[in-house]
Design a protein around this ligand. Structure first.
Ligand code: ZN
Length: 165
């Protein structure tokens, strides 16, 4: 009998890799008042903001859209990144929808010692029951600690030119 190869076909692996969840990070250098779609005017204290989303239709294209400067403002995240672009992308391309789990875990982690962890209730969570998908922390160290503490394991990805164009 011929030997059978049980390796996952490449096409399946590739497809699986293209969907999953992401976290975007930006640094607001000073306090900003931003009109965020239907949420209205929101005061964002200076600090680092982490936004959680997922894209089961295509992770790379979704992240690329978030990083593009010229676009119609559609999601709450677009209004914030029109002020300051996202500077970090973390993602987990496992085909799962982690955004709500991550958002809740991050909210709890960030909320422990900071009253300003959630300046925008409802941000990014119009379609779910989370209080917010945007969490604020004070510095980069907290960003890293928080993202590494999530129950699944997003990794920071390098932002290539092709992705941010
Ligand atoms: Zn949610």
């Amino acid at each position: 009998m011929p030997e059978i190869c049980y390796k996952t076909p490449k096409s399946r692996r590739t497809k699986k890799r293209q969907t999953g969840s992401y976290a975007l990070v930006l640094r607001l250098p000073s306090r900003r008042r931003v009109a965020v779609g239907r949420l209205g005017e929101v005061d964002f204290p200076k600090g680092y903001y982490i936004y959680f989303g997922s894209a089961l239709g295509g992770l790379k294209a979704r992240v690329a859209r978030h990083l593009r400067h010229e676009k119609k403002l559609h999601w709450h995240a677009d209004y914030l990144s029109a002020e300051v672009p996202w500077s970090q992308v973390w993602q987990l391309a496992d085909g799962q929808r982690w955004e709500c789990v991550w958002a809740r875990e991050a909210s709890e982690l960030a909320g422990v010692d900071s009253g300003t962890a959630h300046p925008a209730p409802g941000f990014g969570s119009s379609d779910c029951h989370c209080s917010t998908h945007l969490v604020r922390v004070n510095n980069l160290q907290e960003v890293r600690m928080l993202l590494r503490s999530l129950s699944s394991d997003p990794r920071r990805i390098r932002l290539s030119r092709s992705l941010s164009e």
